[in-house]
Design a protein around this ligand. Structure first.
Ligand SMILES: NC(=O)c1ccc[n+]([C@@H]2O[C@H](COP(=O)([O-])OP(=O)(O)OC[C@H]3O[C@@H](n4cnc5c(N)ncnc54)[C@H](OP(=O)(O)O)[C@@H]3O)[C@@H](O)[C@H]2O)c1
Ligand SMILES: [Zn+2]
Length: 373
């Protein structure tokens, strides 16, 4: 068999392992998504993935039934070498006496970082690394970003008309996108750790910001709702405050928020964060750092325009979810991204389109930043 053939075969099985890994989305965070596929004589023997945080790792899922030596084991992330919530996987892989282990990417997690691969090689097992590495890094970009920067993967979302409006000049905004698009937003929220919103949107729209799914489906995660509200204007009878028993609420305030308001919010169960003055009113960075501290991996910024403007001005956005409805508002309609903005066209970053979907007549685009994490 030629080397090229070999490489293509490795890519084929690694693609399957990545598909397995992706099944853990929304359940494994803040752990990485990991998939494992075992192949012998060109045939799939078994596969598995890391299903939920604290649960068995992908290798354990896939290898529990395997006793046959001489298999090739494909795993999307370097097998771990440390005792965490579960015992290390590298010795388990060794015990199965595989011919070869193929790994998409090394695990930058400090206690692993190359040690897992070293364990395999020390035992004389042939290890190939870097197969579909960029796809593996893309899949786990939120995990990698949190590890590297301490801040969660940050997704900006908005729904707009064809002429780029998120509300009419009078502030009317219900609804721009159709029911199918809105259902897809609930699906999106159900995999997230946080949803951030500006106080003006709360005052105008009184949103709930929870994930409501059809039928009996339950969201994978309950996102913490975060309101950026320097002055503490959040009404105590707002839906956000009233729904605290179903989903946590954080309120980010500055020092000019009245103490009485802070206490009232806290009595109702909200967590109030007073932003230190050295953040100079950059409440978004503060909120993202606080979310990172509790290992939030994926966070959505739901608007409005002022908050999304701050986010893009500060280069805080990793992914965009944009829903475009075939409507025109014209006039002085509100735009999705305000802030300071750019002076020169050439300074605009180019976003990479990951997918485009139609929800009825609405176009839904998912875009990612171009620079890899
Ligand atoms: N179609 C959509 O997808 C969509 C989504 C969301 C909202 N909307 C619409 O957007 C409109 C509201 O947007 P908006 O731009 O007026 O207000 P906004 O972004 O919701 O809230 C702005 C306010 O948030 C506070 N804030 C705290 N930290 C901030 C930060 N880092 N950056 C910016 N603001 C910060 C400021 O008030 P303080 O100084 O008092 O804290 C600011 O005035 C509504 O009409 C709503 O319907 C549409
Ligand atoms: Zn492991």
């Amino acid at each position: 068999m030629t080397d090229i053939n070999h490489h293509e075969i490795d890519m084929h099985w690694m693609r399957l392992a990545l598909e397995e890994a992706a099944k853990g989305k929304g359940c494994v965070e803040p752990n990485p998504m990991v998939g494992c596929v075992v192949v012998r004589d060109g045939r799939l023997i078994t596969k598995g993935y890391h299903r939920y945080f604290g649960g068995p790792h992908a290798e354990v899922e896939a290898l529990q039934s395997i006793v046959d030596p001489n298999a090739t084991i494909y795993v999307t992330l370097e097998p771990c070498s440390h005792f965490g919530k579960t015992p290390p996987c590298a010795p388990l892989v060794v015990s199965k006496k595989p011919n070869r282990v193929v790994v998409a990417m090394l695990d930058p997690f400090p206690v692993v970082a190359g040690r897992g691969i070293a364990v395999l090689r020390e035992q004389g097992i042939e290890v190939t690394t870097g197969i579909l590495e960029s796809e593996a890094r893309e899949l786990n970009a939120p995990y990698l970003k949190l590890l590297k920067t301490g801040k969660p993967w940050t997704i900006a979302k908005w729904a707009m008309t064809l002429d780029g409006a998120i509300a009419t000049a009078t502030g009317d905004s219900k609804w721009i996108s159709n029911e199918l698009s809105r259902a897809s937003v609930h699906q999106l929220r159900s995999d997230l750790d946080g949803v951030i919103v500006g106080i003006q949107t709360v005052l105008e729209d009184d949103p709930l910001l929870t994930a409501r799914l059809p039928g009996n489906s339950k969201p994978h995660r309950i996102a913490t709702r975060v309101v950026l509200d320097h002055r503490g204007r959040l009404p105590l009878d707002s839906k956000l405050v009233q729904s605290i028993p179903t989903a946590p609420l954080w309120v980010i305030v500055a020092d000019h928020c009245p103490i009485a308001k802070r206490e009232a919010l806290e009595r109702l169960g909200a967590s109030v964060f007073a932003m230190p003055t050295d953040y100079q009113h950059d409440s978004l960075t503060f909120a993202l750092e606080e979310l990172g501290r509790v290992r939030a991996t994926n966070v959505l910024i739901e608007g409005g325009g002022a908050v999304l403007g701050s986010a893009f001005d500060r280069n805080l956005v990793d992914q965009v979810e944009c829903y475009i409805a075939p409507k025109i508002f014209g006039g002085d309609a509100k735009r999705p991204v305000m802030g300071t903005g750019l002076k020169r066209v050439q300074d605009a970053s180019l976003w990479r389109i990951e997918s485009t979907r139609l929800h009825g007549d609405d176009l839904h685009m998912t875009m990612r930043r171009r620079e890899p994490i």
